[in-house]
Design a protein around this ligand. Structure first.
Ligand SMILES: [Ca+2]
Length: 489
């Protein structure tokens, strides 16, 4: 075994004769950065630190089938208060000549090892950052405005610059194409890259963008407070299934197919008044969850959930407190007061404070992405209609804010019945990386992306995802569980 591994590494070294050895990268000098380790990892030998479980990812052991790679760790300090950890993984052999940076979830604080593993398996050089802190929530931002900027956008950019330099040193060539791939916070990070650092990437995959963050969090607090501070307004989670069934009964067929999915929820005008298993006060809560949140002046702060996401309502109104990320945002970033109580949240007053404090730091809403588009950049967005953390319409809103010219380089795929970045009753497994590769490298914009749903590991439905505003329309014959019988229009 040991012999076989050594041989593989020798062959790999020969194939990139112009580059440096892995170990020698440790002495590479990069501005405002210290490389803390650089070592070869044998096939299947990688074990992540135990703290990385917050990174999410596939399966119980997503690392055992990894090929050999050069693992580089570095600490970046673009400011005196910065402490940004990054890792860059470089395939020992079979490098595809490209770079893929991967994004984070929630408040980050960990390297996204499972997502790096996915990229490495495809032959990519890949990188991830903890975004500049290691704590789980938002407390790191208290008294550390530079660390908050690192989290918001700077760490991702710094990581990208340094990772490209390491790729060049190791292989003797810069990556010929660079991608960003992230969901949730990673989706917001991808949009921040497109808007602030348009030359970093040729293609950006931005899933379920947790954005605009201040308004997302204000919405979560508004609805959470309404549903949780008055016991009479609280909906016991065991009622979610009943509400969901009522929604599906009313709206399933509106998309042309009775398949248990509300595939075009914008057409579903769900009226909860007849739900006789809820009190009138609870029905008010249902209305609030399904309505946009507005200030008294009538400004829409954030769109509500669309009908169909009821099974995941616990994330918003399941209690005992509103969404934790939202509480931390207002506690540590907006009011800088660890004793701040969510029960005192006042939408009209506090969302204005949040926006003023942020002034574009974490919100990535600039629609003027011409510089990204002009060098050939492509933006591929997706969002599950049944997202249980980030109301799906926020991605539609950003897409709609873009000019027609820019939109030719942007595609948005709304995913019926999919939850936050995956899961759910709808087809929720798909390959966005192949789609963006074909678009950027072959000029073939994705016209449909086939998604599948599996139960117990067995695929029981496939369905095309369609570029918004197109929908998957049933051709009228054949199985409704087979993508071939649907067209995008
Ligand atoms: Ca349907």
């Amino acid at each position: 075994m040991r012999v076989a591994i050594s041989l593989a590494l020798v062959i790999a070294s020969a194939a990139r004769a112009a580059g440096a050895t892995c170990e020698s990268l440790a002495s590479l000098s990069l501005p405002q950065a210290a490389i803390t380790s650089a070592q070869n990892v044998a096939p299947g030998a990688f074990t992540p630190p135990s703290t990385s479980s917050r990174g999410g990812g596939r399966g119980a052991n997503p690392f055992k089938d990894l090929p050999a790679f050069c693992r580089v760790a570095a600490t970046l300090a673009p400011t005196s208060d910065s402490d940004i950890k990054i890792e860059v993984w470089l395939p020992a052999s079979g490098w595809n000549g490209k770079f893929q940076a991967v994004g984070n979830g929630g408040w980050a604080g960990v390297i996204s090892y499972p997502a790096m593993a996915d990229a490495l398996r495809r032959g990519y050089a890949t990188a991830s950052t903890d975004t500049g802190h290691t704590s789980a929530g938002g407390s790191f931002a208290l008294g550390h405005p530079e660390k908050f900027i690192d989290f918001a956008y700077r760490s991702e950019h710094e990581m990208t610059v340094k990772a490209k330099a390491l790729v060049s040193a190791f292989y003797g060539n810069a990556p010929k194409v660079s991608y960003w791939n992230g969901c949730s916070t990673g989706g917001r990070q991808g949009l921040a890259e497109v808007q602030r650092y348009p030359d970093d990437f040729d293609g950006v995959i931005a899933g379920a963008q947790a954005n605009p963050r201040t308004h997302l969090n204000a919405w979560q607090l508004t609805i959470g407070k309404a549903a949780l501070s008055d016991p009479a307004a609280f909906i016991p989670p065991d009622k979610y299934r009943l509400i969901h069934t009522a929604v599906v009964d009313q709206c399933d067929a509106l998309d042309g197919v009775k398949d248990g999915l509300v595939s075009d929820p914008t057409k579903c005008r769900f009226d909860p008044s007849h739900l006789d298993f809820l009190t009138p006060r609870q029905i008010e809560t249902v209305r609030a969850v399904l309505s946009p949140t507005k200030t008294k002046k009538g400004d829409v702060i954030f769109p509500g959930y669309v009908p169909g996401a009821e099974l995941g309502w616990a994330g918003l109104i399941g209690g005992p407190e509103p969404t934790a990320t939202a509480i931390d945002q207002f506690k540590f970033v907006v009011f800088k007061d660890p004793t701040w109580d969510w029960r005192t949240f006042d939408l009209d007053r506090d969302v204005a404070v949040a926006d003023k404090v942020d002034s574009g730091t974490i919100n990535a809403i600039n629609p003027h992405i011409e510089p990204f588009v002009k060098h050939g950049g492509k933006l591929l967005m997706y969002h599950g209609w049944a997202d249980q953390l980030v109301g799906a319409l926020t991605s539609v809103n950003y897409y709609d804010s873009l000019s027609k010219d820019v939109r030719s380089s942007v595609r948005l795929f709304m995913v019926p019945g999919m939850g936050h970045c995956g899961g759910g009753e709808g087809p929720n497994t798909f390959d966005m990386v192949s789609a963006i590769e074909q678009w950027v490298e072959q000029g073939k914009a994705p016209a449909r992306i086939v998604a599948s749903h599996a139960t117990g590991g067995v695929v029981d439905r496939t369905r095309p995802l369609c570029p918004y505003p197109q929908l998957a329309v049933y051709s009228g014959s054949g199985s409704i569980d087979e993508a071939a019988n649907f067209v995008c229009r």
